[in-house]
Design a protein around this ligand. Structure first.
Ligand code: SF4
Length: 475
């Protein structure tokens, strides 16, 4: 299947799409294969090897616990936050893992083999699962790579996966890999960027399913914010980072109430405070992500707050939205996510959305660029203006390194989402005040991001070995 909007916006758990969602998914695939092979009953031992970035920052990113849950058969898109806590407590207490939900094995986080200095050729986020029988004979073994945004690739199937992707793209009604191709479709058909994406999505879903699915994605983003605003205290992991969103929300409700003093109506958002609302949504999503809550990868977990924050801006502060009907608001959500998704496809196709591969420019930069495109689209931008918005947002995120303190997706990640959301809004506004013509194309900036990522020292690619991660003392 070609990368689609529902691949880029998938529901999972925090704190990291590449280090939590991907490893859980890979472990769940391995557990299912064992079941399918009929070898479960013979399993006597399990070995998990984590390589490169997964080993270096896995503890802070919840990789090891995600792998345990995956091996028990849980999938990131279906597991409930309560189940996460319940199962991890049971494994810690009994020291037993229920492999594929059926075979008890003595296994826990401490049994995993961490190989931070070994980077497998395909990708820095590698993991190998091996099970053996009582005599030590290997029953099954598989290596997977978590390549960003929750996507996984099995070792040895990289070319086949790429070929399948290429073939499925050719079958799409309006296939595109580059912004130039996307704009060409717009020129030829007279359609907008979100329409091109919608037509391709209709290849695998009905129009109703697409609309319903995208509105569901937005509802999960809203639920994530609502849950986060009810939680207080410090985030897990030992950095003692305090949740700020609940206090900010109380303050904003007070300061942003109606001028006539009529209560603290949540539906009234004083335009004077648009920036504070955008900051609040980004913080709320990323604080929830940092605590392992349910989030939508957009396109990754570390960058999950940017698109909800900018979409919130579109719904509450964009011109003409004051008296919009529910249907109009739903249209905005669908159009926004489709346009953002189209730009996400470009990053996935030509570069990477993985912090471990290209640094934070691939995560926060891509999300900011996608959000800028979504906002420009719903504010009436032409395809050229939308492409310009996406280009501006990425241009000013180039070179952004990934250096999370303690390997936790907290500092600088949480605030960085708020800053990148503001950049996206500014990028969209700048593009909308132009006529779409500009010096640097989106394709050029995407290739630059990829090349910059290649040149970046591995210290700055989700290893927590450089930058803030080493210059700030963990308390
Ligand atoms: S610094 Fe950026 S890429 Fe790295 S973990 Fe944080 S959000 Fe993700």
């Amino acid at each position: 299947m070609a990368v689609g909007v529902f691949d880029l916006f998938s529901i999972g758990i925090g704190p990291s799409s590449s280090h939590t969602v991907g490893p859980m998914r890979a472990a769940a695939v391995f557990a299912e294969e064992l079941k399918g092979l009929g070898k479960l009953a013979d399993v006597a031992s399990l070995r998990v090897d984590l390589y490169g970035s997964l080993a270096a920052t896995g503890h802070g990113h919840g990789t090891m616990t995600a792998v345990l849950l995956g091996l028990e058969g849980f999938h990131p898109e279906r597991i409930l936050p309560d189940e996460v806590e319940e199962r991890l407590a049971a494994i810690a207490e009994t020291g037993m893992l229920q492999l594929a939900g059926a075979v008890p094995l003595p296994y826990g986080v401490k049994d995993m083999v961490l190989r931070p200095l070994t980077v497998l050729p395909r990708h820095t986020n590698g993991m190998t699962f091996t099970v053996s029988d009582a005599e030590g004979n290997v029953l099954h073994s598989a290596t997977f790579f978590s390549v960003g945004g929750g996507f996984i690739v099995r070792e040895g199937e990289e070319d086949a996966a790429q070929q399948e992707l290429e073939e499925s793209k050719k079958e799409l009604p309006l296939p595109f890999r580059t912004a130039a191709e996307l704009l060409e479709h717009c020129r030829e058909t007279g359609l907008g960027i979100s329409d091109v994406m919608r037509i391709n999505e209709e290849d695998s879903r009905t129009p109703g399913e697409i609309r319903e699915g995208l509105l569901h994605i937005w509802s999960v983003m809203e639920e994530c914010v609502a849950t986060s605003l009810k939680r207080e205290g410090v985030l897990p992991g030992g950095l003692k980072v305090r949740r700020r969103a609940p206090d900010w929300y109380d303050r904003l409700k007070k300061e942003s109430s109606r001028p006539d003093g009529e209560g603290q109506d949540q539906d009234f958002h004083d335009p004077k405070y648009w920036q504070e609302w955008v900051n609040l949504i980004a913080l709320a999503v990323n604080e929830e992500n940092a605590s392992g809550g349910r989030v939508v990868t957009a396109p990754t977990n570390g960058a999950a707050g940017i698109i909800p924050a900018v979409l919130f801006y579109a719904l509450h502060f964009a011109p003409g939205m004051e008296n919009a009907s529910q249907e109009d608001r739903d249209d905005v959500v669908v159009k926004f996510l489709l346009a953002a998704g189209a730009v996400g496809v470009l990053y996935k196709e030509q570069a990477s959305i993985s912090g471990a591969e290209v640094g934070c420019q691939g995560e926060v930069g891509s999300a900011s660029s996608m959000a800028a495109a979504g906002l420009a689209e719903v504010m009436g931008g032409t395809p050229a203006q939308v492409e310009n918005a996406a280009e501006i947002a990425m241009e000013h995120n180039l070179g952004l390194t990934c250096d999370p303190i303690g390997g936790l997706v907290q500092v600088p990640c949480i605030e960085r989402n708020a800053i990148a959301a503001a950049k996206a809004i500014n990028a969209a506004k700048m593009a909308l005040w132009g006529d779409g013509s500009h010096r640097v194309s989106l394709d050029e900036v995407i290739v630059t991001m990829r090349e910059t990522g290649k040149d970046m020292s591995s210290k700055y690619k989700e290893t927590a070995m450089g930058g803030l991660a080493v210059n700030v003392v963990e308390c």
